[in-house]
Ligand binder design. Structure first.
Ligand SMILES: Cc1cc2nc3c(=O)[nH]c(=O)nc-3n(C[C@H](O)[C@H](O)[C@H](O)COP(=O)(O)OP(=O)(O)OC[C@H]3O[C@@H](n4cnc5c(N)ncnc54)[C@H](O)[C@@H]3O)c2cc1C
Length: 309
């Protein structure tokens, strides 16, 4: 197969036949539907993990609090995770404000290789590469939780939440990438070496790994060449802007405010040293990687200096 072949039908779908993102009336927002989409997109944004939430303090909203802006959904961070959250929020009909503390769009994602690990993805299926669910879950459980993994345990030795997380990732990650392709936002291709051979999974040799090649995808650029993180961000940013997401750069989320039900309802911010506040129905926050690394010297010491132990 040549380099562009794997992505061909996905690419073609992306540019034909799929209507642009629409803006349904606010009343039609279905909270459950939106939250479901947010959860699955977070799992599909670059390889790992659902965000544990923004590492910010939370306080009660004070009476008489003034707001600069109201929105249905406030998304924090313009990396792959935040961009996808914003996009799917718009698709669910929400008004979305996406804020970024840096003066540029894209976060660490922009500097990364830009490879996304998507089990049982459409390109694999088109190529006849199988990725059975049971084995994929075992592979993810063994690699993510090596100290807990038990092959014969009903949840593979993991607690139920962690097991459900990896199962959700298997069940939805490919669908999210398909949706982004169908909406004309993101074109994907296989990760291949310079000689054109498929890049294998890092642990391709493990018996649980029934799909040693095909899960690692890269964005496909306008010349149909595999791109990196900058290309991934270029496509997601275009999609975000086209979808009508409002983006504010140099805008740091500082604190969460909770309403009387204890739900997050507002997030004060600071933009160019001017303080203000947003009020929204839902917050999607992203702080899995660099966001926490930049704020925590201990994490940098542990994971970036080769002294992991
Ligand atoms: C050289 C390199 C190569 C990599 N290659 C890969 C790879 O190929 N595949 C892979 O899966 N991973 C790779 N990674 C890791 C990858 O960068 C992360 O997995 C990915 O970027 C995480 O995306 P994200 O959206 O969660 O975070 P980011 O892209 O870091 O986005 C988070 C954003 O949130 C913003 N932010 C944080 N706090 C606030 C706040 N309070 N208010 C406003 N904004 C805030 C940050 O400024 C940032 O822009 C690589 C990393 C590096 C450094």
């Amino acid at each position: 197969m040549d380099k562009g072949e794997g992505s061909k039908s996905q690419t073609e779908t992306a540019v034909t036949g799929v209507p642009p993102l629409e803006e349904p009336p606010l009343e039609s927002i279905q909270r459950r539907r939106f939250l479901g989409a947010s959860a699955s997109l977070a799992s599909a944004a670059l390889v790992p993990a659902l965000s544990p939430g923004l590492a910010l303090g939370a306080e009660r909203v004070s009476a008489g609090q003034q707001w600069d802006q109201q929105t249905d959904l406030l998304v924090v961070g313009t990396g792959a995770a935040g961009s996808c959250a914003a996009l799917f929020g718009r698709r669910a009909g929400a008004s979305v404000l996406l804020i970024e503390k840096a003066g540029y769009y894209g976060g660490t994602t922009q500097k990364s290789q830009g490879a996304y690990w998507i089990p049982n993805n459409a390109l694999m299926r088109e190529r006849g590469l199988e990725d059975p669910r049971d084995d994929a879950l075992r592979y993810m459980a063994r690699l993510s939780f090596p100290q807990l993994y038990q092959a014969d345990h009903p949840t593979l030795g993991l607690d139920e939440a962690d097991f459900n997380l990896i199962a959700t990732f298997y069940d939805h990650a490919a669908r999210v990438v398909d949706d982004l392709a169908a909406a004309g936002v993101l074109r994907s291709t296989f990760f291949r070496g310079l000689d054109g051979t498929d890049f294998p999974d890092y642990y391709a040799h493990l018996p649980e790994n029934r799909a040693p090649i095909g899960r690692i995808l890269l964005p496909l650029d306008e010349q149909n060449r595999p791109g990196m993180g900058a290309e991934l961000i270029r496509q997601l940013h275009t999609g975000v802007v086209d979808a009508g997401v409002q983006v504010k750069l140099s805008c740091r989320a500082e604190r969460l405010l909770l309403d009387e039900l204890g739900e997050v309802s507002a997030m004060p911010y600071c933009k160019n040293r001017k303080r203000g506040g947003f009020r929204q129905r839902r917050v999607y926050s992203q702080s899995t990687n660099a966001a926490q690394f930049s704020a925590r010297p201990g994490l940098r010491w542990l994971h970036r200096s080769g002294r992991r132990g």
